[in-house]
Design a protein around this ligand. Sequence first.
Ligand code: KG4
Ligand code: ZN
Length: 361
Amino acid sequence: MRTLGIETSCDETAAAVVQEDGTVLSDVVHSQVQTHAPYGGVVPELASRDHLHNIEPVVRAALARAGLGLGAIDGIAVTCRPGLSGALLVGLQAARGLAWATGKPIVGVDHLVGHLVAAFLRFPGAEVQEPKLPFVALLASGGHTALYRVDGLDIRAIRELGATRDDAAGEAFDKVAKLLGLGYPGGPIIDRLARGGDPRAVPFALPMPQHGSFEFSFSGLKTNVARWVAEHGIPESESSMKDLCASFQRRVVDSLVSKAVRATRNERLDTLVLGGGVAANRELRERATRVASKYGIRVIGPTLRACTDNAAMIALAGSFRLARGDDERTTITMSPHTVLASVTRKGPGRRGRPLREGQRR
Ligand code: KG4
Ligand code: ZN
């Protein structure tokens, strides 16, 4: 079974062809980074216009690289939520058009489920460590940061254990990079700079350290960086900039790793799967692996290129449903919200008590 995946939920126009066993036949991503970089973040209207320009060539390229015509595709999977409405609509309409023109079935995929299955993708030449179900997943991207218990690769089998109350981890990387005048997107830039810095140089407080909580908060840490900059100015030397980046990143990683490992132990599982753009972060991958191994927990992250937004993960998530015979040609709709239920109360720490271990809201 070969699925054509289409992804346009944010600032990447992507298409891919993937087999049901996860083998990636093609994976094309057109990044809009240059379009949004001058603004330090994604401008929704510019994103939609750019998708309109690129969707057709990107889909054509994905089919050409797979060496397949549309006729050889068994179904289409398209991101239908969550994301920017105007951006989602471009991919959705393109996918619907193709489905109607070819008579192929189509399914809408929740982008977050795509990130959660990315570790199952098999890229040619890349080593695969396939996760075994059930597992705990840490999804950390520019729009979302949450821990899930995953019993199956279907929305009904995925349960949130805790999420961020405010900024997503990737958003914090992007905002701090913007504040420091480092460019966009901030994650990969800070990741690179932090490698040469001293993470103990600036002792930022650990966000939401409450022992029993699986919720995150990154806006306070971002404010602490802004306060430090207001007091000391933007570091002028490269070494102090590296120290500042390393100190900030250390706290983000501390928070993500400690809660992810604790959640995995709390669920009595032995596999922790990473997903989302922040899962490309070197310190996060290394430290998660090291800390988890003390408890006999295996950490599996997608190949680096599958951490950030791509259509291969959307194709794979959709292929399981297409294989079951699902077809949403007449019913597919889009939404800016995820379909995964949240147990996390958004907003500042004191308004609601954080979840304790074993407790549900
Ligand atoms: O998953 P993704 O491509 O898009 C969303 O669904 O949001 O994630 C993008 C986010 C951005 O905030 C970016 O700064 C962050 O992932 N990111 C990283 C790294 N690479 C990308 N954050 C930390 N370290 C990285 N190496
Ligand atoms: Zn994403």
